[in-house]
Design a protein around this ligand. Structure first.
Ligand code: SF4
Length: 271
């Protein structure tokens, strides 16, 4: 992500606001790293993605992860972000109904993979779901309709949710799985490519077309609105055709580890 931000800065005109914003983001990340502080005041939703054998004790993991999240919050690495929706009460632990969030998947081998994503609220707010056909957009139930829906989401955001960032797109599924799988796209490497040529071309087209809109970093204009677009498909009901767009801001925080059965880290992901 840092490489992508630096490349983007070098692509913008030297004295432009876009280059200045990207340079400021870059300096901010350096400062946060050197002082072990968050790169943004909003440390976001805490999302765990775990792939493990069926014998893995999910309940114990959830309890332990909750304790770690609370400890990280006490150190100031995470902002107290878990708020009762009705009363507004925030007990400062970052643990409550629905927070942190866990996704478990059975894995084929004894290794355990744990990935953590922090997703800011501003970028979450500009996510969108479209039910095709969409008469406003002239978007039919085909790939061109999907393209119109995704680009509409980018256009409506106008850089809000802190551009430049990355789009996660799910074509198909239902309303819930659409959002779930659009976010799972954020676990992919920024520079990976889809083996399916149709989806690969779709991702490239979305990236190119979104950046041609001129929205730019933070909506101040420029060539860099997106750093990547990642798409997947899920089978759908004949009656439904959802296109779901999740957005991840430049503060794209994720880390992952592979553990052996005794709990030792055998591999760091995303490093
Ligand atoms: S959208 Fe991202 S960069 Fe913007 S305030 Fe939220 S976490 Fe920070």
């Amino acid at each position: 992500m840092r490489n992508a931000l630096l490349l983007a800065r070098d692509c913008e005109a030297n004295d432009s606001l876009a280059a200045s914003v990207l340079e400021t983001i870059h300096r901010n990340i350096d400062l946060a790293c050197s002082r072990t502080r968050p790169i943004c005041q909003d440390t976001g939703s805490v999302l765990f993605y775990v792939t493990a054998p069926s014998s893995f004790d999910r309940t114990a993991f959830k309890k332990l992860a909750g304790r770690c999240v609370t400890a990280a919050t006490a150190k100031g690495w995470l902002r107290p972000n878990s708020v009762d929706p009705i009363t507004g009460r925030n007990d400062g632990t970052n643990v409550g109904p629905g927070t942190p969030t866990f996704y478990f998947e059975d894995g084929p081998d004894p290794a355990i993979t744990i990935k953590l994503m922090l997703k800011g609220g501003g970028c979450e707010n500009v996510g969108a779901q479209y039910s095709l056909p969409d008469a406003r957009l002239g978007a039919d139930r085909n790939l061109d309709g999907c393209r119109k829906a995704v680009l509409d989401a980018v256009f409506q955001a106008q850089g809000k949710g802190c551009a430049p960032g990355v789009l996660g797109i799910c074509i198909g599924g239902d309303r819930a799985t659409g959002y779930e799988h659009s976010k799972i796209q954020f676990l992919r490497r920024l520079d990976d490519t889809k083996p399916d040529p149709t989806l690969r071309a779709f991702e490239e087209d979305i990236l190119r077309s979104a950046n041609a809109l001129g929205i730019g970093p933070m909506g101040f204009g420029g060539k860099t609105t997106l750093l990547a677009a990642k798409a997947c498909t899920l089978n759908r009901l004949p009656a439904s055709y959802f296109v779901t767009v999740s957005y991840m801001c430049w503060a794209f925080r994720r880390q992952g580890v592979v553990l052996d059965q005794s709990g030792h880290i055998t591999q760091w992901l995303y490093s």
